[in-house]
Design a protein around this ligand. Sequence first.
Ligand code: FE2
Ligand code: FE2
Length: 169
Amino acid sequence: MLKKSIEDILNAQVEKEGYSSNLYLAMASWAETEGLKGISQWLYAQAEEEKVHMLKVIAFINERGGKAIIPAFKKPPVSFKSVSEMFAEVLKHEQYITDSINQIVAKTIEEKDFTTQNWIQWFVAEQIEEEAQARDILDKINLAGDRHMYLFDRDIMGMRGGEEVTGDE
Ligand SMILES: [Fe+2]
Ligand SMILES: [Fe+2]
């Protein structure tokens, strides 16, 4: 049975993963209207992955005898100044999520909930990858420059390493 404090911090993570999904969906939609098909595809796929993360947390809370709460989500931004600023925002957001996952780890240690501590390690590893990926994309964009998005837009999906767009893990 989950302790209330763990259930609460995991429910807060449900909101954060769901918001991440919506944020990337908003970015995908903006990129689509800017004619950046590859970038928008990458972001749509990312939005799917974040939804899978949210579902993982919901399933865990419920499996462990807690009650997952589906929250209202804050409205994400509608438009972005440039592709580079948008991806800087992606990196910043992923760093915020990493911090949030680390707080869950700390809480599980405080509460001696080693089952949840073990389970959350998947997210710890996932955040290393997500930050590295965002950093990699940002480096390439800064190299190319915002006015030279054509080649980058064509190549970005190849940077997902052939993983499934469904986000199945
Ligand atoms: Fe996530
Ligand atoms: Fe993420």
